[in-house]
Each structure stands twice: as C-alpha cells, then as structure tokens.
Design a protein around this ligand. Structure first.
Ligand code: XIL
Length: 483
C-alpha cells in the first residue's frame, strides 16, 4: 500500500486564485488526437488498459522494473497467485510473493488482475492427490481463502483457467472429475467471496472462431449467461507462439463473445518472433470491439518470456522497444473514443435515479472507466464520499466550476477534500471558500486540489469506486473529461 504522508492542512487561501469563467467556457480538454508515448497511456485513450505479466523475482532488475512501470497500467502475477503459490499446504495460505507484485504495482498506479483460482496445472501437491467431494470442497475453500485476502483490491480474477480440451469438450482433470458443475460452482463461490471484482473464464486456443475449442467455451458462456451463473469476462490468452498464429477471424471471436454480455480481454499475449503484423492485427481486433477492455502481454523483455526462444515480446533483452512495440502503440493511438461501459457493476448494482440536473452544469467522466463522478444515492449530506458510477444525466452527477475554482453539485454543495494526504477522501460538503474546496482543472485531464496539489484518483473503474486524493502519476485513473 502507498505510504501515507501527514495530513497537515495548509492555511486558508482566500481570493488568491485567478477568476475563472463559467463551467463550459473554461474547460481545457486534453488533445484527443495527441499520440500517447506509452502502451498504457495509449490504451487509456480509448478506455482500455495495457498490461504485462510480472514475475516477483525480477522486480529487483532495474531495467525490467523501469520499463514495466513506465509502459503498462495493468499487471498479472505470472505465477505468484496460482494455487501452488497461495495455498502450499492445505488451509495455510501464503501471499508473500503475490503481495510483492500487488504492492509494487499499486504503489505505481498500476492495477492488478488475479490469476488464477481453479486450474488443472500448478496445483499444490496436496490438491493434486485429492478427488471427489474432498477436492470440490478444497477448491471452494481455496477460492474463499485467496479472494478474501484480495477482496476489493483487484480489477478481475481468472476464476477458472484452461478447462476445455482442443476438441471442444471439457478437459479431463481432477477438477472435472468432481462433476461437470465445478466451473459454475467456482464462479458462484467467487461472486460471493468478492462481489466487487470482475470474474473471468480464461483459456488458450480460443481465438479462432471456427475452432472446436472456441465453440465449446462460447457455448458454456452462453449457457452461464442464460442461467444467471455469475460471469463478467472471457480472457483469451492469445499465445500466438508454440505453433499458433493470428487467425483472420479473431475480431469475430471477440465480438461474438462480447455479444453474450461479457467483457473480453487478451490476457497472455506473445507472438513468435514478435511479428509486427500479428501484433498490430491482434491489437486492432481488440480496439475494434467496444467490450474488449484491455491487452496483457506475457512478460516484458524477450528473455523474461516462458517461451523466450521465440523472442515473442515487445522489448528486447536490453529493454529496448522492438518494431512490434511501435505497431501496437500506433494501433492503440489510432483507436476511437472510450468504449461504452457495461450497464451494471459486477454484482449487478442498480443505479439511483435522482432528479434532473440544472442547466449550466456538466459531467466529469473518468478517462479510464468512462464512468461519471457521482454522489451516491443523490445524497446531500455533508461528508458523503463521491464515487464513479455509470453516467445517468442526473443532478447528482451534474457539476459546475465556479469562478473561485469550486466544483459544485446541486447548485450549492462543494466537492471537498477531507484531508491533503495520499488517500484522503473526496466528498461533498457545504461550500466554505477554503482551499480544500478549490480545484484546478488541468489541460492534461487531471483535477488537482489547490490545498494538496494532489490529483483526483480512483483505484479502479467499476461502479462504486471511491474517489480520493493521490500524488499525480500521469496514469489514466487520474484523468477526467469535463463536458
Ligand atoms: C506460465 C508461466 O509463464 C511460467 O513461468 C510457468 O512455469 C508456467 O505457467 N497459460 C497460463 C499461464 O494461464 O499461467 C501460463 O504461465 C502460460 C499458459
């Protein structure tokens, strides 16, 4: 977790700010056409993320850590959150290396995907030797134990990994032999364990739409959606290595899954010899599909790859950008505006329906989430923390910027920083003219507190994500569009 600084409150600044004109007139928008210079920033322009697998053992390598922190805004633990790592002995959980990655990432403003809870591979020895109802219970206990530790902290979990065989039927495994319902039991358990995190099914060789395995997984997701089994996303590993390559119908696969009502993501991308055309093509397929929410490559430099002999990644062993890097960056920079977000949070929370907004106000939309700065339940109570929520055009999302840099809602209630340090709550409060209620709306999309100098910041993108102050870090979770 980030280090806390002291919450010293600076003296009141009254009348020291230059006058600013009314809301609509003063907004300085970030240039939507400016090309971003990193993968994460380029992806964020269309509301997506760009991630990498991270190995805890490599974080001490300064080239590795520097490139990773600069380029990516999402992280997956390559091995450290798998069952053998997190529950080495039955009932004894170990989160040291998983937390090392989580802390490294979040301290730098990167988000984290959890990988993975139920899988035939990388099981601890004790689990491998179980079967039947004992294994079923062990799986449930494992999901509960790991998800409790990371509750509320992750962007997504790969709940079940690689459960299908190449012919489109279920893979035979000790988990499958506990009964065909093991996958839905895993998802139902996961939803109850952490209702705030997106729940994904993840697999490889499901990129070609006409392939039997793709159809097998598609039919399972369709069935789950029709029966209300909780599932939010499908991860396509996208290993175009080991003999696989980009199929021409990849975008059809992505849009077909998305049409079932799930997000899709490319979760473990690597490409033999980092073919620029395949990297550009897979990136383009994702940006063409509104519910393709992000891309993760399976490692930073070629030598970090599990298939290093195929030199499949975007950086060479010296940490230099390869040609494929540029092809991916260009495709991300050319993408359209932010995709439409899903209508409900993972848990299916419904939106409040407050009154109509007054004229002369606008919305404040998170660049990463596409969601609006929102006062929960249209509360007018002092101290109510503001959050992200699906934009609804209502009065509790209608903000005005005053000439004294106040951001007001409901006409006369101010956006207010409860402190000045990292993690300080951002709330509504009766306007008092003080510096903790004054905000600079900056041309780079950030909104900074006059008192703290810190940025409005969110940890995640989902409905209900609370807004806080944090050191400005240049990432998309600190950029907002005012309209
Ligand atoms: C791989 C890791 O990269 C290796 O370090 C490890 O030895 C084996 O697992 N599909 C997955 C990933 O879901 O977890 C795998 O990662 C690669 C294939």
């Amino acid at each position: 977790m980030p280090t806390r600084r002291s919450l010293r409150v600076r003296p009141l600044i009254v009348g020291a700010v230059a006058a600013v004109a009314a809301f609509g007139a003063v907004l300085v928008m970030p240039d939507a056409n400016a090309a971003a210079g990193t993968l994460g920033a380029a992806a964020a322009q269309s509301g997506r993320y760009f991630g990498t697998a991270i190995a805890a053992s490599r974080l001490g390598d300064s080239t590795y850590a520097t490139v990773a922190a600069r380029e990516f805004n999402m992280v997956t633990a390559e091995n450290e959150m798998k069952p053998d790592a997190t529950e080495p002995q039955r009932g004894q959980f170990s989160f040291n290396s998983g937390d090392q990655i989580y802390n490294w990432a979040t301290q730098r403003g990167l988000k984290v995907r959890g990988h993975t809870l139920a899988w035939h591979a990388q099981q601890p020895g004790w689990m491998q030797s179980l079967g039947g109802s004992a294994l079923r219970q062990a799986m449930i206990d494992h999901i509960n134990g790991v998800m409790a530790h990371y509750r509320g902290k992750l962007a997504a979990w790969d709940v079940v990994n690689e459960a299908f065989a190449e012919n489109g039927s279920r893979r035979s495994s000790n988990l499958q032999s506990t009964g065909n319902d093991w996958i839905e039991v895993a998802f139902r358990t996961a939803r109850a364990a952490d209702p705030s995190v997106k729940l994904c099914y993840n697999d490889y060789n499901i990129e070609n739409w006409t392939y039997a395995k793709t159809q097998g997984v598609y039919n399972m997701i369709k069935d789950f959606k029709s029966r209300g089994v909780p599932i939010d996303c499908v991860g396509l590993q996208t290993h175009f290595t080991g003999g696989s390559s980009l199929p021409s119908n990849f975008q059809t696969t992505l849009s077909s899954f998305a049409a079932l009502g799930v997000d899709v993501a490319l979760t473990e991308v690597d490409v033999t010899n980092a073919s620029t055309s395949q990297y550009a093509g897979l990136t383009q397929a994702c940006v063409n599909v509104p519910r393709c929410i992000g891309i993760t490559v399976w490692g930073v430099r070629d030598g970090d790859s599990w298939r290093s002999s195929e030199s499949p990644l975007l950086f060479d062993n010296g940490g230099n950008k390869k040609a494929a890097y540029t092809s991916v960056l260009n495709a991300l920079n050319a993408a359209g505006p932010a995709p439409t977000t899903s209508p409900t949070s993972p848990g299916g929370t419904t939106s409040p329906s407050p009154s109509t907004p007054p004229s002369g106000t606008g919305r404040i939309v998170g660049a990463q989430s596409g969601r609006c700065l929102d006062v929960p339940n249209a509360s007018q109570n002092n101290g109510t923390r503001v959050q992200l929520y699906d934009c609804n055009g209502q009065a509790n999302q209608a903000w005005a910027l005053s000439s004294s840099r106040q951001l007001t809602v409901y006409g006369n209630v101010c956006l207010d920083a409860a402190g000045a340090g990292n993690g300080s709550a951002v709330q509504i409060y009766s306007c008092n003219g003080q510096a903790n209620q004054q905000w600079n709306v900056n041309s780079n999309g950030t909104i900074t507190g006059v008192q703290s100098g810190r940025c409005l910041d969110v940890w995640g993108t989902g409905n209900g994500q609370q807004v806080q102050l944090y050191d400005c870090n240049g990432q998309a979770n600190q950029r907002f569009t005012l309209s």
